[in-house]
Write a protein that binds this ligand. Sequence first.
Ligand code: ZN
Length: 344
Amino acid sequence: MDGIEAVGDAVTGGLLARAVEPQAGEADGRTHEKSCLNCGTPLTGAYCSACGQKAHVHRTVRGFFQDFVQGLFNFEGKIWRTLPMLAWRPGEMTRRYIAGERARFISPVALYLFTVFAMFAVLNFTGALVPNGTKNLPTAVKAGIADDKSALAKLETKRQLAAAAGKSVAELDAKIAKRKNDIAETEKVLSGAAFASTDGGDETPNWVRPLIKNVQENPDLVTMKIQDAASKYSWLLIPISVPFLWLLFPFRRRYNTYDHTVFVTYSLSFMMMLVIVGGLLVAIGWSALAGFLFFVPPFHMYRHLKQTYELGRLSAILRTIALTSFAFIAVALFAAATVAIGAM
Ligand SMILES: [Zn+2]
């Protein structure tokens, strides 16, 4: 046994020594090769002409981190080139990307995935998606009912005073009736009576009922599952949206599905960035400014469409109106899909 262990030690020791102290030919921690280490093609320059790998690869811990940092800065350099373009000249960037300037900008899909990740991180961090929000929902609704009831009491006092003074009470009566109706409706929803009835008078389709029951019984879990589905299936928004672009440009053969996909993916990434900015603004208490962001998407869509597809002003305005409506439909379809998946 001793002998075998000694041999084993010698072997691992030798390997360790080789790894720690590079042998001749890799004294500086580099390897000098005549052919590509990745695919074997003879080297003619600093990069392999067949697969693109660097001719010299590092084999040091420093090199390991240099690769990482270089990748990071490469991404960073591109993102600082991509984001301002996406914000101010989205159509120009989309057109240049489609025309072939692929290495200059972050690719649409990479940007999209990065943005989805950042959006969920920011919304989670700022508490916008904390499941506790739903845990407190019944409490919030009860507080709303209490408010309504105190307002109702004030209205009734006012009515008594008005009646005693001989004034008209018709307007107050209408307000009182509306308040009472509001309270009754809210209490019905809170008790689940609005969904629970199973007679023919209820318009809730049968397949929806178990989902609603699930939400009522375990709102936290359902919220988490919906969030999970929304992040996992976020890519679905792209294929959902592309057909709407076909509808926008039915007779334009110049622009194909690839072009529309690039357009849609960059556009959706920008909209999610607005959500990120909005979430951050709300988190620091600038809700009014965050509300202003709701007006940004149509302007962005207009500029993006106009520049990408080289449209005239009127044509771009009409298509922006159509695209805004389509966007609501696409988001509604996506929301329905994720809620259904989450509540299942
Ligand atoms: Zn190669």
